[in-house]
Design a binder for this molecule. Structure first.
Ligand SMILES: [Cu+2]
Ligand SMILES: [Zn+2]
Length: 164
């Protein structure tokens, strides 16, 4: 006998592949090969399911390499190069890092490729449409203020409603 857990429904949701919102990530001028998507799915439990698939992270050339890359929702949906208009981490109410609404787990790049899916109850999809997902050059240390010392903004994508 198998107990039903949320993960079963989450797997189903990802397989169906119909997110309520998505961000197409592009790299900055130093990382033009960086690309991918971050998708946001509603769940019956409140909160949402986030799935990121990113190609071309900086360690791509090093055989067998892996590394962490900070990833956050920033307040402004403006990915004009060099991504300096994205503003701070999105926060519904003032809070220290990593308690911002838009703080998320880091990507783990495996020789340039990262896939990550997680459940997030900090925001509703309606809160984040028109904001941006930013990927950083370094790991987020989840301590340093105001942004976890995660380095340059190497990837950016505006979050758009899938069915506006
Ligand atoms: Cu950030
Ligand atoms: Zn933060």
């Amino acid at each position: 006998m198998t107990e039903f857990t949320p993960a079963m429904l989450f797997g189903e949701t990802l397989r169906r592949g119909a997110p309520e919102a998505a961000a197409w990530i592009k790299g900055n001028e130093d990382y033009p090969q960086l690309s991918g998507t971050v998708r946001f799915f509603e769940t019956p439990y409140g909160g949402c399911l986030v799935e990121a698939e990113i190609f071309g992270l900086p360690n791509i050339a090093t055989v067998g390499s892996s590394n962490f890359y900070g990833m956050h929702i920033h307040e402004n949906g403006d990915c004009t190069q060099p991504f300096d208009r994205t503003g701070s981490h999105y926060a519904k109410e003032p809070a220290p890092h990593p308690l911002h609404t838009g703080d998320m787990p880091p990507l783990m790049g495996n020789q340039g490729y990262a896939w990550l899916a997680f459940y997030d109850k900090r925001f509703l999809i309606s809160d984040i449409i028109g904001r941006s997902v930013v990927i950083h050059a370094m790991a987020d240390d989840f301590m340093t203020q105001p942004a976890g010392n995660s380095g340059a903004k190497i990837g950016c994508g505006v979050i758009r409603a899938a069915n506006p």
